[in-house]
Design a protein around this ligand. Structure first.
Ligand code: ASP
Length: 417
């Protein structure tokens, strides 16, 4: 594999992991060898060791790079402008994503004709709904050390930005501490590259485990629902994002997609925006020429609050459940779903499977039965992988647009093959 670039290696691993997983699922009978030795043994061990390695980097990397980023932006007006643009982009694209999902699902009708006897229904849990005031209050950390220890991303962002400003405003008096953060920042970036060296093996095992466990058979009764989610994801990613990129920056979407592919492949295999965060920042900085001061701010924020792929799944799931349980939805319900799913996307943690938990908030808001979540749970992992790839692409598109408007992107790096 050595002669291929890391991106190609990740792709080869992804495809071969899928094939091996399917072979294991269909050729080895369920039991000790397939389930305990392979899926829950070797694949789980290696795949999760790699994923934990990436997760290990998230908090220190986000913290150091945000402090450095804010220090180099320096003034509150610029950061305020970047912040407002980023938030605006994230909210608007999420609302568009849900509208696409609702529209497509109303045409495809994923829940009509579903034979309930053919689907597995899992038990579901209801997400606790924190409310807007509590959610906003929760951004301010009571104890920043605890926020770092618990990986509470919005609180970390809050504290790091504040610290960056203070360091910038004190100038030479705190030069040593400022340098210290810069050095830590480059150490964390090198550590990311070191962990990424084993990405092909990690990705291979993560994907092989998933496919060994689930195979393809559970998909058939749910195929309409799955295709509808994947179709809406593709429209949002390839049409909406790419047109925005072209219109707002004039840049070539093909170049962007080519450079993003390994990051998308990585998000697909880990199903975690959080674990993908270091690679996303690194790719935007090194391969697309986006200044670190922008990427280090927009990407952690995006990974935490911008989940268009998750919102799409939730939109389709609403129509699916309404049809499967024969509950008519009014136009007002559709508007409620756009609002609650945008909120749910903000509240969804950037780790595997959480989108399905926050979906209960959306269902409750329009009176759909929570049991419907149990129907889609069995096949959600593959969709989780796919939507996570879209989640992180949305963050990257926003970053390129904001960087372009702030004159913080180098054309020669972006256009370089
Ligand atoms: N796995 C998704 C992410 O990390 C969240 C979800 O939809 O469950 O972005």
């Amino acid at each position: 594999m050595k002669k291929y670039s890391l991106s190609t290696q990740i792709f080869i691993s992804l495809i071969s992991g899928m094939i091996l997983g399917l072979l294991c699922h269909y050729c080895i009978p369920a039991g000790y060898l397939r389930d305990d030795i392979l899926a829950e043994g070797a694949f789980y061990l290696v795949g999760n060791a790699f994923m934990r390695g990436m997760q290990m980097l998230v908090v220190p990397l986000v913290f150091c790079s945000l402090v450095c980023g804010t220090m180099s932006i320096g003034d509150t007006t610029t950061l305020g402008k970047v912040g407002i643009k980023t938030l605006g982009f994230y909210l608007v694209t999420t609302a568009i994503a849900i509208a696409i999902a609702l529209g497509l699902a109303s045409i495809v009708n994923p829940g009509i004709g579903l034979d309930m006897s053919t689907v597995k229904i899992a038990e579901t849990t209801i997400a606790e709904n924190k409310g807007v005031v509590e959610t906003l209050l929760d951004i301010v950390p009571k104890n920043p050390i605890q926020s770092l220890a618990e990986g509470s991303m919005l609180q970390i962002i809050f504290f790091a930005v504040l610290l960056g400003f203070i360091l910038a405003s004190q100038g030479d008096g705190v030069r040593h501490i400022a340098n210290n953060f810069n050095q830590w920042n480059s150490i964390m970036m090198s550590m990311t590259m070191t962990v990424m060296k084993v990405a092909p093996i990690g990705v291979f095992c993560l994907v092989a485990k998933t496919f060994t466990e689930i195979g393809l058979s559970g998909f058939l009764p749910m195929i309409k629902y799955m295709l509808c989610v994947v179709g809406a994801l593709a429209i949002h990613c390839l049409v909406i994002y790419m047109s925005m990129l072209k219109v707002f920056t004039g840049r070539n979407p093909i170049i962007f997609l080519k450079k993003m592919l390994p990051v998308m492949g990585f998000a697909f295999s880990t199903a975690s925006s959080n674990a993908t965060l270091p690679l996303n920042i690194e790719t935007l900085n090194k391969k697309m020429g986006v200044s670190k001061k922008i990427a280090s701010f927009t990407i952690p924020l995006g990974a935490t609050i911008n989940m268009d792929g998750t919102a799409i799944m939730q939109g389709v799931a609403v129509v699916f459940a309404a049809q499967a349980f024969n509950i008519p939805l009014t136009p007002m319900d559709y508007i409620t779903v756009i609002f609650t799913a945008t909120m749910a996307s903000i509240g969804t943690a950037a780790v595997p499977g959480v989108g399905l938990i926050t979906l209960s908030m959306v269902f409750v808001s329009v009176g759909l039965p929570i049991e419907a979540i149990g129907i889609i749970m069995g096949i959600d992992r593959i969709l989780d992988m796919t939507r996570t790839a879209v989640n992180i692409t949305g963050d990257a598109v926003c970053t390129v647009i904001v960087a372009h408007q702030e004159n913080a992107i180098k054309d020669e790096i972006f256009n370089k093959a």
